[in-house]
Ligand binder design. Sequence first.
Ligand SMILES: O=C(O)CCC(=O)C(=O)O
Length: 208
Amino acid sequence: MATHLQGSLFDQTDALRLGPLDGIGRTELGSGAWIDVLPGWLSGADALFEQLAADVPWHAERRQMYDNVVDVPRLLAFYGAADPLPHPVLTEARTALTRHYADELGEPFTTAGLCYYRDGRDSVAWHGDRIGRGAREDTMVAILSVGAPRDLLLRPLRGGPSVRRPLGHGDLIVMGGSCQRTWEHCVPKTARAAGPRISVQFRPQGVR
Ligand SMILES: O=C(O)CCC(=O)C(=O)O
């Protein structure tokens, strides 16, 4: 597919490399929810972006919205636990996350959901990952962001101000504790000229 990415738009010519997770910083959100954020976890991600954009079998989805069926405003791909991931550095990232959170999570990250935001008109609406066990149990969802910076917003389900986390090229955010049950998150559309972005979400088995 056309990647909408001109040259080294993100201007990262370093070698592709994951940094240590030790420096990751936690913010308690309340109601048992937290986020860990590590800017620049993955460096040299230009080539990864290009390869994912070109090689992942992206598909468009449509969904019912009241009386209409509308396009889901982003492209999607899903890799189950048994599926080889589309780039070795994603396998490495999943292993590093599993190791870092082993005591707290008590199970491995297994699946990878990928979203391709073609420009600022692509988005994901407010939601929690509550199709599976995230509806009932504390869990974790780890998101590696590559490409153009976009904001991830979180807001408490009980009401209250939202939290804005800008996610740039190579940044990691992990949503944990009760976050999928007691908070919602979204990536809003932006009127700013936004280039393409790919988000890779690692989840444990049975969390969607
Ligand atoms: O793009 C992101 O970082 C968030 C994606 C997301 O929340 C989802 O697909 O459930």
